[in-house]
Design a protein around this ligand. Structure first.
Ligand code: BTN
Length: 256
């Protein structure tokens, strides 16, 4: 079923909501809207994306009417923080929203993966949109809600809230909860600073400390044990050869 836009608007009368039946990517539409001056909190969503974007130029599987595919425009007075810390704050928001709406417990895999039982149920893509004198952060969030299965190349690593719980979930209720949680964690970052967000993330994630992982970052491919976060929200890794690395953008995978 398409999303119930009238109900969504009735729940969030003050929020600008731009909804599409089908779109290439909500990131593109949100960037355009941000450049045109759309206010903070504006949400761009779609029932289907034909070219959903993931990190590292990957595609985001966007099955029609099954997931939440949204980009939120954020114009916040964050203290001097880097995009990684904002991504971590958004991960906390997604985790909290999923728990509030479904009672499912999620793990967070640095920097942007939301997992249930080690499989990915949601991802975050954060971009900076700068135009003229104003800038905005575009927070792209994809949540696998009611997918009953995934294409073969994803089936080992992806899950949905439906698969994890055994029943369907309201995308509308989850979205209302998600936007409230995004506001909450942006407020936390604004008021309490990045240290606090880093602590919350480290507490919520089983990947930040003492986890054996493989990191692929550009030409670098190494295995080691995670050793906490830097002040900028990057991940520290003690490699098997004893060297200390700071992982800037790479993704984490299991290491045999
Ligand atoms: C990732 O884990 O690689 C990030 C996935 C982000 C996907 C969302 S879906 C809504 C928004 N529009 C996009 O094209 N991508 C993000």
């Amino acid at each position: 079923m398409p999303i119930d836009l009238a109900w969504l608007r009735s729940q969030m009368p003050d929020r600008r909501i731009e909804w599409f039946t089908t779109i290439e990517s909500t990131m593109i539409a949100a960037s355009r809207l941000a450049a045109a001056g759309a206010p903070s909190g504006t949400v761009v969503g779609a029932d289907e994306q034909t070219a959903g974007q993931g990190r590292y130029g990957r595609a985001w599987h966007s099955e029609p009417e099954s997931g939440l595919y949204v980009s939120v425009i954020l114009r916040r007075r964050f203290p001097p923080v880097t995009l990684p810390v904002i991504t971590l704050a958004l991960g906390l928001a997604v985790r909290e929203a999923i728990f509030s709406a479904t009672a499912l417990e999620c793990d967070l895999r640095w920097p942007n993966d939301v997992l249930i039982q080690s499989k990915k149920c949601a991802g975050i893509l954060t971009q900076l949109e700068s135009s003229g004198q104003s800038s905005a952060i575009i927070a792209g969030i994809g949540i696998n809600v009611n997918h009953s299965s995934f294409p073969a190349d994803l089936s080992e690593t992806a899950t949905s809230l439906r698969i994890a719980s055994g029943h369907l979930h309201s995308r509308e209720r989850l979205l209302v909860q998600l936007l409230a949680s995004v506001d909450t964690y942006c407020d936390v970052l604004e008021k309490h600073g990045r240290e606090h967000v880093l602590q919350l993330f480290a507490h919520a994630s089983s990947y930040v400390q003492g986890r054996r992982v493989r990191v692929e970052e550009g030409a670098t491919d190494l295995c080691g044990v995670t050793a906490g976060l830097t002040d900028s929200g990057h991940l520290k890794l003690r490699a098997d050869d004893g060297r200390e690395w700071t992982v800037l953008v790479g993704g984490l995978r299991p290491c045999s």
